[in-house]
Design a protein around this ligand. Structure first.
Ligand code: FAD
Length: 302
């Protein structure tokens, strides 16, 4: 192949990016820079999270609607079951449908902080599988759900959790994105179990680029993801050295995604935390490039 053909080769993997809805005009400006930087990578979709207990309902909607209006990207809106009746959630879904949003990431959500264990809202959707079924009644949405390579922390065991994933697929979901994990072997074992259970939908690898190790430990503690000792060792002594931290983070993530890619993973979802740089670099390493002839990415402009 000549160089031109090489440049035109399709991306070897599919990527998607996750954002959270910004709270302030400054955060909104930063998110928008991030979207513009990542858009040329032609993600399969970009998704916007839904705050605990529906606290970001309006902001999630506004962000998803802006992506739909102002870009050619496919937006996916996260939606949870927490703190709302079925009618209220159906109304949110209908608003999405009316705004042209056709993709929802359907989640149970968690109990608001300090309010104990999750309990279904009376009259609400109890679990994500119920929400998936409800969404399919509202419209012909593409529905994505969550999957847990290290088992959801509230599940009694891995087999029960896998049954739950199957219920979500049977209810109409066509893709699962994994909770983040660091050890590729964790993903491969999970994928083997999923396939052995006869579940055939894509199991998209959820990648959390580590910019702030302390924050990652907090997230991981809450969601049952293991933080390997070697990861902590990589960030030791770098608390006051953001530049080296970023280089280490890129290296760690590069090793992770290359091992996954070597094991046949072709779909990656990046928890961007509304920052483009690491996700962009990791995509580059995966061979995901803007199309030939596109203008230099904003941050690459001299
Ligand atoms: P479910 O699939 O409903 O499972 C939750 C637990 O309940 C599991 O332990 C399952 O085994 C168990 N279970 C399921 N059905 C039953 C039943 N009938 N009876 C008893 N137990 C049952 N949270 C947000 O608030 N906003 C977001 O935008 C958001 N985005 C996310 C995106 C991704 C890709 C992921 C992986 C997570 C996201 N989360 C988000 C977090 C998610 O809400 C939590 O992990 C939550 O604890 C579980 O959600 P779920 O959809 O996996 O729940």
């Amino acid at each position: 192949r000549g160089p031109a053909e090489t440049l035109r080769a399709p991306n070897p993997v599919d990527v998607s990016f996750e954002f959270f809805p910004p709270k302030t005009p400054d955060m909104e400006a930063r998110l928008w820079e991030t979207v513009e930087r990542l858009a040329p990578l032609a993600p399969r979709f970009v998704s916007v999270t839904y705050g605990a207990g529906g606290t970001t309902r309006e902001r999630t909607h506004a962000t998803v609607a802006r992506i739909r209006r102002e870009t050619t990207l496919e937006p996916a809106a996260h939606l949870t079951c927490v703190g709302a009746t079925r009618d209220e959630i159906d109304a949110v879904a209908r608003q999405y449908w009316d705004a042209g949003i056709r993709h929802v990431v359907a989640l149970r959500g968690d109990a608001p902080a300090d309010s104990g264990a999750y309990a279904p809202h009376p009259g609400g959707y109890g679990f994500a599988a119920d929400l998936v079924a409800g969404l399919r009644r509202v419209g012909d949405f593409e529905v994505t759900v969550a999957a847990y390579p290290e088992t959801h922390p509230e599940a009694p065991d891995a087999a029960t959790d896998l049954d739950n994933l199957r219920r979500k697929i049977d209810a109409g979901a066509t893709r699962a994105i994994t909770q983040f994990f660091f050890d590729p072997a964790v993903y491969f074992r999970f994928r083997d179990r999923v396939r052995a259970a006869g579940i055939t939908v894509p199991i998209v690898a959820g990648i959390l680029p580590v910019t702030n190790f302390g924050q990652v430990c907090k997230f991981a503690g809450a969601c049952g993801a293991a933080v390997p000792d070697w990861l902590g060792q990589q960030f030791e002594g770098l608390d006051r050295d953001p530049e080296t931290r970023r280089l280490v983070a890129a290296t760690v993530a590069a090793e992770q995604v290359r091992a996954l890619q070597a094991g046949g993973v072709r779909e990656f979802h990046f928890y961007t935390l509304n920052r483009a740089d690491l996700s962009f670099a990791i995509c580059h390493i995966l061979g995901v490039r803007p199309p030939a002839g596109s203008p230099p990415a904003p941050e690459a402009t001299p």
